[in-house]
Design a binder for this molecule. Structure first.
Ligand code: ZN
Length: 192
């Protein structure tokens, strides 16, 4: 078991687009195992390869609860094949110690990927569940996109980053998501 060093926000490699994995070698398998151990050690629900200094398209997720058995899933060369709906919630990231901010996400996603044996599989997640958000969060890492880019409240994010001694937000990276935001505002109105 090897606990890997985490790449923190501010390191340029977190903003790079990662490369497809052409062969699932022994090295990739060991990296996946070490990523799972590193995720558990840091109490995370997901970890992407760029967060441990490898700019390749792989991430691991385990959204099992404390009273459930471990259920790590490895995603290699993932693709989001369906996305719909709107959700938002506070998210954190192992590359941003102690920083949690409210971010926009699709409510439902379907992801296709390869497992460690090179076999394709599909994972579906709905209703803004932890799995749904984790899939979108980790997938983004492979394209150099970070959760703060989806912030609903930029001022909150600026404040949270500053309080945690993290580098400031890069406003040029922020993603405009009018469709999701409109649906969230409509939902909020209907809930009143
Ligand atoms: Zn993250």
């Amino acid at each position: 078991m090897t606990i890997l060093k985490l790449v923190k926000y501010g390191e340029p490699s977190l903003r790079q687009k990662s490369k497809e994995i052409s062969k699932i070698s022994k090295k990739i398998q060991i990296l996946a195992e070490n990523m799972i151990d590193t995720m558990y050690k840091n109490n995370g629900v997901g970890l992407a390869a760029p967060q441990v200094g490898e700019n390749i398209r792989m991430f691991v997720i385990d959204v099992s609860k404390d009273n459930e058995p471990f259920n790590p899933i490895v995603f290699i060369n993932p693709k989001i094949i369906e996305k719909s709906g709107a959700s938002h919630d506070k998210e954190g990231c192992l590359s941003f110690p102690n920083a949690f901010v409210d971010v926009r996400r699709y409510a439902n996603v379907k992801v296709k990927a390869l497992n460690l044996n090179g076999k394709p599989f599909i994972t579906e997640a709905k209703d803004g569940s932890l799995l749904s958000r984790a899939l979108q969060h980790e997938y983004d890492h492979l394209d150099g996109i970070l959760f703060i880019d989806h912030s609903r409240n930029v001022f909150e994010t600026i404040d949270v980053l500053e309080k945690n001694n993290l580098p400031p937000i890069d406003k040029t990276k922020m993603i405009d998501e009018p469709d999701i935001e409109e649906e969230l505002l409509n939902k909020a109105e209907n809930d009143e």
